[in-house]
Write a protein that binds this ligand. Structure first.
Ligand SMILES: Nc1ncnc2c1ncn2[C@@H]1O[C@H](COP(=O)(O)OP(=O)(O)OP(=O)(O)O)[C@@H](O)[C@H]1O
Length: 455
């Protein structure tokens, strides 16, 4: 098989496994040879190789065979690190993100930290809260003229700062492989600096950091209060800016708000473009969940997910994306262990602790009040006996929202709606769930009410 032949197979694969999966897992692979029935590929990380081998090898073999290529198995080798720049490797993280990625450390003489193969622009879901940060990161990834220096990304925990930085590094690696791109955390910068001091090799340290083309330092707030590290960082920063080399910095807050950071550093950090990642909104969370589910569906092909579960998670887990991902991972693992469909009930059982922790404190009374005002009915009719459609439907909507937005049990919800039975609540939830899909007016009302209740 030639590289061209592999290109054709790639086109077919993209159709059969979907663009997202293709871009995340297959595109980073490089076909190297076909010998004695073994097709060999280079992959950026062991994790990518394992994942492709477990999830896509049958389909790859199938496409190859159908294209008349005699192949029995696939073999993956990790592209080795070049001395000029760190070889991207999958990093282990503390967050549950599907199967754990093996930790890999770059060669000792390189200042960079490993990159996570999953953190690319293709896997970064954009929405209102992060569109500016994403656009700025894309611009830096284009490797064109340096227009803003530094790019300073900041935002709360788990909102995608590290993901965007890795994405820039991957993009630069693809577009401008000759550039020396170094990504590392501020902690690693300090570690390198202390090590150089201990080994009396400050010349080596300075030469190394001043020779990079793009320097990316994550979580810069870490060096606040660490005087000599700050000092060295300042010199490195200035030396690179003077040479018109791109710098990208991330932190958990705006430069001006980092305590115990020298004023001259703060003002340096404010010279370029400062963009923040806002807390996620419902649409963005839903988009992220949908993307992750596409990946999980391949890992757990037999699992069925009921309608409304992702919407439920996106409503209820508004803390940060890492928690959202952790919830989904747990849900899929749990459902596959017990061999059950992923329903709203299963999600509520399995994620009770996470849901409690991210509770927004919307009460059933509040829901009843907002819904009755919206439909111009009396609050007392929410709990009263009237069964006319103009009353019963809003009541069902209020029950549905109570199930979605609070962690009250079905019997508790029933009790608060005039002592109704929990089966009435189940019926209401199912009915509204169905109407949400078939009646655009109801879908719109639900959306509006949810927004009002959450704001
Ligand atoms: N917009 C997004 N699209 C897809 N995944 C996202 C998005 N935002 C965050 N994530 C995912 O959420 C997780 C946490 O993101 P990341 O580690 O980049 O956060 P962070 O802002 O660097 O957090 P911290 O302050 O804790 O370092 C990662 O798995 C990342 O892939």
């Amino acid at each position: 098989m030639t590289e061209e032949g592999w290109g054709r197979i790639c086109e077919e694969l993209q159709k059969s496994i979907g663009k997202n999966n293709f871009v995340t897992w297959i595109a980073p692979m490089r076909f190297t040879a076909l010998e004695n029935g073994v097709a060999r590929f280079q992959v950026p990380t062991g994790f990518v190789g394992d994942w492709v081998s477990r999830n896509f090898s049958d389909q790859i073999l199938d496409h190859m065979t159908r294209n008349g290529i005699g192949v029995d198995r696939l073999e993956f080798t990790v592209a080795s690190a070049t001395p000029e720049r760190p070889a991207p490797q999958a990093a282990a993280t503390d967050a549950p993100r599907g199967p754990a990625a093996p930790a890999a450390t770059p060669a000792d003489d390189l200042p960079g930290a490993p990159l996570d193969a999953r953190f690319t622009f293709e896997t970064f879901v954009t929405g209102k809260p992060n569109e500016l940060a994403h656009a700025a990161a894309r611009r830096v990834g284009e490797a064109g003229t340096v227009t803003f220096n530094p790019l300073f990304l900041y935002g709360g925990v788990g909102l995608g700062k590290t993901h965007l930085m890795h994405a820039i590094a991957w993009e630069l690696r693809n577009r401008a492989p000759e550039k020396k791109v170094v990504y590392l955390s501020a902690e690693q910068f300090m570690y390198r600096f202390v090590q150089a001091l201990r080994e009396r090799d400050m010349m080596g340290f300075k030469a190394l950091f001043r020779s990079v083309d793009v320097l990316m330092v994550d979580d810069v707030q870490f060096i606040a209060g660490k005087d000599s590290t700050q000092e060295e960082f300042f010199h490195t920063f200035n030396a690179l800016v003077d040479q018109n080399k791109q710098i990208v910095i991330s932190a958990d807050r705006a430069p001006g708000e980092i305590e115990n950071m020298e004023e001259r550093i703060k003002s340096r950090l404010q010279c370029g473009l400062i963009v923040d990642l806002h807390p996620t909104d419902y649409e963005l969370r839903l988009g992220i969940l949908q993307q992750k589910v596409d990946i999980y569906r391949l890992q757990y092909p037999g699992l069925v997910m009921a309608d409304g579960v992702l919407e439920f998670l996106a409503h209820r887990i508004a803390t940060n994306v890492r928690v959202l991902e952790g919830a989904l991972t747990r849900l899929f693992a749990f459902a596959s262990l017990v061999g059950r469909e992923i329903t709203l009930d299963l999600a509520q059982d399995c994620l009770a602790d996470i849901l409690r922790a991210s509770e927004r404190n919307v009460t059933i009374e509040e829901i009843q009040r907002k819904v009755s005002a919206h439909y111009n009915m009396r609050l007392s009719d929410m709990i009263g006996p009237k069964r006319h459609r103009t009353i019963a439907r809003p009541r069902q909507i209020a029950m549905y929202l109570s199930k979605q937005l609070t962690s009250r049990s079905l019997p508790e919800i029933g009790r608060q709606f005039g002592g109704r039975d929990h089966t009435t609540v189940i019926h209401a939830v199912k009915r509204i769930e169905a109407l949400r899909g078939s009646d655009p007016q109801i879908a719109e009302d639900l959306d509006l009410l949810r927004r009002m209740l959450e704001s």
